[in-house]
Design a protein around this ligand. Structure first.
Ligand code: PXG
Length: 286
């Protein structure tokens, strides 16, 4: 069955869903996006994703042609029109078509694109065994060049690091920031557990402030697990008791080694397991 894609304010069959080759989203990566989950027919943490999208828009001086309420309705309508029960929404806003040149005044029509589809995640047995990680030599974008807090259409930085992980036989790769500190993975945030305390880099460490990250921090605090945002180095990960990643696609997944150093017992840890369970309950609306 052909998917219906929201483009230029209409739901159209996927084969007819198009933007111009002169769109600055394509020509310059000038645009922003969100990746959102649908669980049991409900768009998960939609308010948070819409808020982050509009914050990205402020940062790149993009005027989104819909109000937040209209955007929310458009996402929900697209999910419903495609009969998605458990799936994935890709929300994209491009600068729109214009003549060649970087000047944003050359464009007039920002394009809102909403794709609702199914999602391929990490294999279920990886949630039981955990994953291996390597550190990419590609560092995360310097926040003074392009802030990683902006979920922009410029993902080459992450793609370059992901290639390194793929070449090394891992499904994710750790990225350091310009100070050599732990930032995040190519599409996931990172946490460690040390002496019962949950630790993760601060938003200004050169990371995307993940919505799953924020939800997991809240769940941990509610469960009485202390949470701190602080500087982490590779060494902190080597000597951690537990390590896990969070992300819209990944949910909560254990990391059992970094650069060939076993982390903790080498198995997914108990706090990781508990947070995965609490997170899955949240996705079920419990
Ligand atoms: N860091 C980066 C660089 C990301 O791109 C996360 C952290 C996790 O953030 P959330 O808000 O998802 O908890 C991301 C998220 C995709 C895709 O299709 C990418 C993400 C999320 C969903 C889908 O590649 N990245």
């Amino acid at each position: 069955m052909s998917r219906l894609v929201y483009v230029a304010g209409n739901l159209v069959p996927a084969e007819q869903a198009m933007v111009s080759v002169f769109d600055h989203g394509l020509l310059y990566g000038d645009g922003i996006f969100e990746g959102i989950r649908v669980y049991s027919g409900k768009v998960f943490l939609l308010t948070e994703h819409v808020d982050r999208l509009y914050e990205s828009a402020i940062a790149i001086r993009l005027q989104i042609p819909l109000s937040k309420a209209q955007m929310t309705t458009a996402v929900e309508d697209t999910v419903r029109a495609n009969g998605i029960v458990d799936g994935y929404v890709r929300l994209v806003v491009t600068r729109g078509a214009g003549s060649l040149g970087l000047d944003i005044r050359r464009t007039a029509n920002p394009q809102v694109i909403i794709i609702a589809d199914t999602i391929t995640m990490y294999p279920e047995d990886m949630y039981r065994t955990g994953m291996r990680l390597i550190t990419a030599s590609t560092i995360r974008n310097h926040p003074g060049a392009l802030s990683p807090r902006i979920k922009s259409l410029n993902y080459l930085n992450n793609i370059m690091a992901k290639i390194e992980g793929t070449d090394a036989g891992t499904v994710e790769a750790l990225m350091l920031n310009h100070n050599g500190e732990v930032a995040e993975c190519t599409g996931d945030n990172i946490f460690i557990v040390k002496h019962g305390i949950l630790k993760t880099p601060q938003p200004d460490a050169g990371i995307l402030e993940g919505i799953t990250r924020n939800a997991v921090m809240k769940l941990a605090r509610e469960a009485g697990i202390p949470v701190v945002e602080c500087v982490l180095t590779r060494h902190d990960i080597f000597i951690a008791d537990e390590c896990f990643l969070t992300g819209t696609a990944a949910e909560v997944i254990a990391v059992t080694s970094l650069d060939g150093r076993q982390i903790g017992s080498g198995q997914p840890g108990p706090i990781t397991g508990r947070l995965l369970e609490l997170f899955r309950r949240l996705t079920r609306g419990e």
